[in-house]
Design a protein around this ligand. Sequence first.
Ligand code: FES
Length: 152
Amino acid sequence: MTSDLSRRYFLKVLAVGAATSAGALSACSGNNSGGQAEAFGDVTAGNISALLVGQVKAVPGAPVFVGRDAGGVYAMTTTCTHQGCDLATGVSSSQQAITCPCHNSVFSFNGDVETGPASTPLEHFKVDIATDGTITVHGGATVASSVRTAVS
Ligand code: FES
């Protein structure tokens, strides 16, 4: 009898623990990447005429931001380096910052961590600008965060 009660208690604890874990997991909409940048190939990211100096914009349909500063154009992942949530909706132009919707990490417009829990900056990717102004981001080619593609 004692072992039957112990077994039932054990199963009850197990069930509560599983429900709690599932709830905790569903609270974060991470991509299960563990904070690794989501992979993608070459993507078109609009025309340079629509990207102003000081702007960072999410590229529709791809896990990447394009940004422009005085040095030129750059691209960086929209995957939060903490637990992989999508940062695409977190851009604040007035604060020049990107806030993660999951645990409120804040990144600068160059992808540097300003506030944790994230501790790793956003990965940057190579950018080309065609003669007609079309921006292409090369998701398979990472670059240093200081790299810019000049606007001619
Ligand atoms: S996933 Fe935790 S702060 Fe972004």
